[in-house]
Design a protein around this ligand. Structure first.
Ligand code: TXA
Ligand code: MG
Length: 314
């Protein structure tokens, strides 16, 4: 298949591809997703194969609305409260219904399923028109950086995957993943919805999943989100041996410098993070020195991605 780039007008073409059991990447407000019909084993297998993703790492299922999600998972009153953040960058890990019409490969054998209703209008239209829940991991080969533009998806898969182009992703970081354990709310992955914002709205504490805790995201256990270049973190004074990824008021720097947010706006920095790492990788940079990023708000997710990017691979 070489329908490389599908413009938004061709949403019908994307629907046809998905209904034929093949994969099609599409824009969401977080990052681009590699979509497939979650009810079709072949489509779900094709997702795992295209990404070279370990089969034990379950996928997030994207729904057009909460009604669609309710056919797949059970919502406790607490889960319903959290679902008020939909459509938006929040994935909820909830008990999978026995009656759910879904490929068993999606949840990789777990009794739970991660679901979310994306906010990007094109993504929602695609799901509505397909009429099926869409399994969609980030549209990158396993372990690599998530794409925030259609061009990055095309490049990452050598033009073999069709992409429904919805422009640059608004958030630029993956969704926040939350699991509910009785009355406890546990964050499995920091993401584009800041934990503090959820805590304020719900007036409840959110726990952070730690290594060894009962519920974990299988995909969060090792090195991930890695650019090709080596990263050095919390660098206030760049050595000049590589490029500098600055934040806020940065000093003059003779080498290549990209500033995540000259005005120290953490949301802007989140949006730029993957895009800038992609840009530096494309430029062939071997070393990226990164300025310290504050931990507040979306800073939690940014620092999480940076730490995983420097973690030993394996
Ligand atoms: O923003 C996003 O979430 C993007 C867009 C495309 O929606 N998707 C995304 O998917 O980041 P992916 O597959 O790259 O990351 C999904 C994470 C993985 O770490 C996986 O282990 C975890 O979600 N996950 C999926 N189902 C789970 C479950 N039932 N329990 C715990 N973790 C789960
Ligand atoms: Mg991913």
């Amino acid at each position: 298949m070489n329908k490389n780039l599908i413009v938004p007008k061709d949403i019908g073409q994307a629907v046809d591809i998905l209904l034929s059991g093949k994969v099609c990447a599409f824009a969401t407000e977080t990052v681009y997703g590699l979509g497939g019909d979650a009810t079709n084993d072949d489509a779900v297998l094709a997702i795992y194969e295209s990404k070279n993703r370990p089969r034990f790492n379950p996928l997030i299922v994207h729904c057009a609305d909460i009604e669609m999600a309710k056919t797949l998972v059970d919502f406790s009153p607490l889960a319903l409260e959290l679902a008020n953040f939909w459509p938006g960058p929040l994935s909820l890990v909830l008990p999978l219904k026995k009656s759910a019409s879904i490929s068993s490969l999606v949840s990789a054998g777990l009794k739970t399923l991660a679901v979310r209703v994306p906010a990007h209008p094109l993504a929602r239209e695609l799901i509505k028109k397909t009429g099926k829940p869409l399994a969609a991991p980030s549209a990158n080969p396993s372990g690599k950086l998530s794409p925030t533009s259609a061009k990055q998806v095309i490049k990452a898969f050598g033009g073999k995957i069709p992409v429904l182009d919805g422009g640059a992703c608004e958030a630029g970081l993956e969704s926040t993943i939350i699991a509910i354990d009785g009355e406890k709310i546990v964050q499995l992955r920091a993401g584009a919805l800041a934990r503090e914002d959820i805590e304020k709205t719900l007036n409840r504490e959110i726990l952070i999943a730690k290594k060894g805790s009962a519920i974990l995201s299988p995909g969060m256990l090792k090195s991930h989100y890695a650019p090709k270049a080596k990263l050095r973190l919390n660098v206030n004074e760049p050595t000049g041996e590589g490029a500098y990824l600055a934040f806020g008021n940065a000093q003059e720097f003779a080498g290549k410098m990209l500033n995540l947010s000259p005005n120290s706006d953490i949301k802007e920095a989140a949006k730029n993070l993957f895009a800038f790492l992609h840009e530096l990788d494309e430029g062939g940079t071997k070393l990226i020195e990164v300025a310290p990023i504050p931990h507040e708000g979306l800073g939690e997710a940014i620092n999480d991605r940076l730490l995983r990017a420097v973690a030993p691979k394996g």
